[in-house]
Design a protein around this ligand. Sequence first.
Ligand code: GDP
Length: 457
Amino acid sequence: MTDHTHADTLRTPIVAVLGHVDHGKTSLLDTIRGSAVSEGEAGAITQHIGATDIPLDTISGMAGELIDPSDFDLPGLLFIDTPGHHSFSTLRARGGALADIAVLVVDVNDGFQPQTEEAIDILRRTGTPFVVAANKADTTPGWNPQDGEPIQKSMEAQSERAKSMLDENLYEIIGQLSDAGFSADLYWRVQDFQKNIGVVPLSALTGEGVPDLLTVLMGLSQRFMKEEMAIDVTGPGEGTVLEVKDERGFGATVDTVVYDGVIRNGDTIVVGGQNEPIVTEIRALLRPRPLAEIRTEKEFEKVGEIGAAAGVKIAAPDLDQAMAGAPVRVVRDRTADQVIEEVKAELAEIEVETADNGVVVKADTLGSLEAMANALREAEVPILRAEVGDIAPRDIAVAETANQDEHKAILGFNVDLLKNAESDLENADVKLFKNEVIYQLVEDYERYVEEKQRAQQ
Ligand code: GDP
């Protein structure tokens, strides 16, 4: 358990960006980073591995009259760089979500779409506070905002036609949020952002409304972190693996988001592995070099220690069996065995039920494997084997042993077919399905089964 001796230290909240494909998640993250950099101050942003840190000073510079930095105890906001509810729901910290708060991006013209609904379900299930970015407000005909004005003033300055079109779209979104069980309103009418979801009309393209969004995020985080997140930021480091990557000169490394405590070079760590927890000693903690130096120097610099919340690459022996989505824990103040038990207990929460017969499932992280398993259970598709990782020759051999034809199939979520498995697949009577959207993957497989059954009749 975390001791709360340092409860006054609020750590940087971890923010995820979710929403339907093409609604503007990537553009929003780019714009937040871009306008932070163009604030021009040194240290306007810090690039992390897998995340970007925007310090409070920069946010207040961007937000102008909207923010009084002395109102905040938070150091800033750490945005996870990979957008999408897939990465959000599969990144956990001690059973909960890795991200503390979320931005749900909704295209004002398009409203709620299937992945918006999925994201809402996940946010509800994990109890994650969120803000809605009603994106692409600039596409409203007649939209003519004043440069640098807060979005509320910009909206008042619109033509009557633009105003009523935008209003109609925004109230549609507010209505859809209400159907989903959330009370929501335009953000300037919201007093308590934990009780009511603030909707921020904005444009990721022009940047209008982005300072307003950051302001609302700061307000929401400040309260949430104070109430829920008394964290001992000096204790033994805890994190979640984003990705396992081979890095020249370092071998297998794990890109990790540290959500609690401190990780130091030389620390002994326990990392969740394919077969069992890995115990190893950190050889190097790596961060990207400052932006200006990239390309002229080596890509990474070594740091002595890193405190939550941060993204870092950990180089250590024996990490090749590490699993994306698995926990990383520093062994300090406890024995390695105690930490191993903790990691095992955490992994046991992510359970995938398998049967004697069924399909083979491969996914990129533990959390996505679990999400796949849930979706398949609902569709009543049994699973023979479920594993994290790319599709290897062994998976094809296993799928071939299925004794029903429709089960001779591999469902790969966000993974690749390894080069050395290509010819095996060609020669085997095994069907491969790959997709980056879970429900599409399941639908593709169900359609295939239906066709197969129809052909047999
Ligand atoms: P993602 O799939 O949610 O990450 O969406 P992207 O950020 O890739 O955006 C999808 C498309 O919408 C791209 O062509 C963007 O240029 C466009 N787009 C994103 N935000 C805006 C916006 O605020 N206004 C307009 N007009 N287009 C936008």
